[in-house]
Design a protein around this ligand. Sequence first.
Ligand code: AMP
Ligand code: ZN
Length: 121
Amino acid sequence: MSDVLNFDENCVFCRIIKGDIPSAKVYEDELCYAFRDINPQAPTHILVVPKAHIQSVAEIDGENEALLVGHMFTVIAKIARDEGLEGGYRVISNCGPDAGQTVPHLHFHILGGVKMGERMV
Ligand code: AMP
Ligand code: ZN
């Protein structure tokens, strides 16, 4: 079980971090948690989420950029190395309805293990 800052009981990712909902954990530290996507879109599909309930990229600001978001990208690079994604990978964060964000808790998708198409949308 993990502590969640700003825990939102209606948020599926807060409940995953807390341990109320099971997940295939890949990595955890004091600031973030990573687990395998339940509906993978690539051979490797991992979600990296902050332990603090931040809704999306739109809530990144001067208060959280360095400690939280900068750290999350260091973790993303480490996970990609550990997963053996030597050929490359894609990092995606859907922000808001037009981007198709379905879970309103900031998360970065790590997608890899396949040669992707050139189109991003
Ligand atoms: P997004 O559409 O960018 O908000 O991404 C949300 C992602 O969360 C989707 O890829 C879902 O498959 C994934 N997801 C939703 N619920 C779970 C869960 N319980 N465990 C793992 N992944 C989940
Ligand atoms: Zn949350």
